[in-house]
Design a protein around this ligand. Sequence first.
Ligand code: FMN
Length: 167
Amino acid sequence: MDGLSPGLYVLVRDTKKLAFLQQAMNPELTWTTAPGCPEDLLLYWLLEGDARKLAVQVSCHQDIAGDSAFSLGMLAEFEGTLRERGAWWYPRMFWESGLLGQVLYLEAEAAGVRATGIGCFFDDPVHEIVGITNVALQSLYHFTIGGPVEDQRLQTLPPYHHLPRHS
Ligand SMILES: Cc1cc2nc3c(=O)[nH]c(=O)nc-3n(C[C@H](O)[C@H](O)[C@H](O)COP(=O)(O)O)c2cc1C
């Protein structure tokens, strides 16, 4: 991505959760504010390096996760939420992940790129990368965003094209 060094980043959606997230992950990670990042965007740079191969591996070996501009895993505050609010928050977490995914699909299109939701990923290796050793945080959904490769095999037909038209 333009202006960002290759590596592993974390975006914190809620400022109030920063300390919790830092404590739930490997304490040796350095949380450096991403250079040039707007103040209200809590994007931290955790590790430097080419993460493409790793992204492919944790995403069920799907190239789409490594060939993109970036890919991501959504980490949910898991055990605490379920204990506090009840088991029905389990599907609720997936709804929220899906909603975020829809926003990513739309924003990617608006930015002139494309996105793909990735439901096939290996959650334990994802947790290992950032040193999550318990179920306080869990990865629930992944996404990959970048320039598209059009699949020429796909056709778009009008709805009910196979039915005779009534005049
Ligand atoms: C929950 C969910 C999980 C998905 N998982 C993957 C995935 O692991 N790999 C992938 O390439 N696409 C994945 N996709 C993207 C679908 O492949 C994509 O939505 C589909 O190709 C769109 O085709 P359609 O327009 O025919 O629905 C996922 C989509 C959703 C909504």
